[in-house]
Design a protein around this ligand. Structure first.
Ligand SMILES: [Cu+2]
Length: 295
């Protein structure tokens, strides 16, 4: 009875604090301060709301755990502080079964909960499109990107970021960055490959990145839902000019996409930039002659 009343007293300030804090939140804050979110506009991709929901909910749960923990620490420090005239050790308590059970069960619930929600969202995001509208292939290389538009059989080669002419020291030539053009509201399958070492394909506002390995293809499935230009970068330290391994993703209307594909065709960039440009030519699966064992 007495314990219940105490708990109620603790619950009131916690709930009040949460209500005040959350009521004062802007949409951007409720979105976990993640990049790409603009109030009143479409999310950037079909996945971003799910990712930011998982992120923000996790933080709220963890902050509640934090508030309870900090509250208990401060309470114990104040209530059980050493008072004038006290000597020796206070009464030592151990094997308090209710508390032992409490701090075994609660973390277990938290871990299982985080796991379940992560697995659910990951499964949704990683589900391949049965019939993607557009297939592209991204080839990472030290320190740039090649883009193959698989269905259209055209390509766009990229070079690493160059210094801007006459700009600030360290400024880069934005116009010269490799650019992947994608149509809006279309299901896109992106095949990810590497020509040399491990890289990682990261479009910041997509809230998603995935590693790219030599000799093994990874895939990502995404539907961009807002037109715009989004910054991308390599997210896996891959050598000296890793920081210059930048690109842009331009999400455009279908008509603009068709124009872009035509411009590549007009420039003679037909066909695909294949694995023949990879640095290592002896990887399994590349068709290279394999070493024969001698008997
Ligand atoms: Cu890289």
């Amino acid at each position: 009875m007495r314990n219940n009343r105490r708990l109620r007293w603790a619950a009131i300030p916690i709930a009040a604090t949460l209500a005040v804090v959350l009521a004062g939140c802007t949409q951007a804050q409720l979105n976990g301060f993640l990049p790409g979110f603009v109030e009143g506009e479409n999310p950037v991709t079909s996945n971003t709301s799910m990712v930011s929901g998982l992120w923000t909910t996790s933080w709220i749960v963890l902050l509640i755990v934090g508030l309870i923990t900090w509250g208990l620490i401060i309470w114990a420090v104040i209530v059980y502080r050493r008072r004038k005239g006290q000597t020796g050790l206070p009464v030592q308590l151990r094997y308090n079964m209710p508390i032992e059970i409490f701090y075994t069960i609660v973390p277990l619930i938290l871990v299982l909960g985080f796991f379940a929600f992560t697995a659910r969202d990951q499964a949704a995001i990683e589900t391949p499109y049965a019939e993607p509208d557009v297939k592209v292939q991204v080839m990472a290389k030290q320190w740039a990107w090649d883009f193959n538009y698989t269905d259209e059989d055209v390509y766009s080669p990229g070079i690493q970021a160059q210094p801007a002419d006459g700009g600030e020291p360290g400024a880069i030539d934005e116009a010269g960055l490799p650019t992947l053009v994608l149509p809006v509201d279309k299901e896109i399958e992106i095949r990810l490959d590497s020509r040399d070492v491990i890289h990682s394909f990261w479009v910041i506002d997509f809230l998603y990145k995935k590693d790219m390995f030599p000799g093994k293809s990874n895939y990502m499935y995404v539907t961009p839902t807002k037109e715009g230009t989004y910054k991308g970068k390599c997210a896996e330290l891959c050598g000296e000019y890793h920081s210059l391994m930048l690109f842009n993703v331009e999400v455009v209307s279908q008509a603009e996409y068709d124009d872009y594909i035509q411009s590549l065709r007009d420039a003679g960039q037909e066909g695909q930039l294949g694995f023949e440009f990879d640095r290592n030519q002896n990887l399994p699966g590349t068709g290279a002659p394999e070493l024969k064992e001698e008997h």
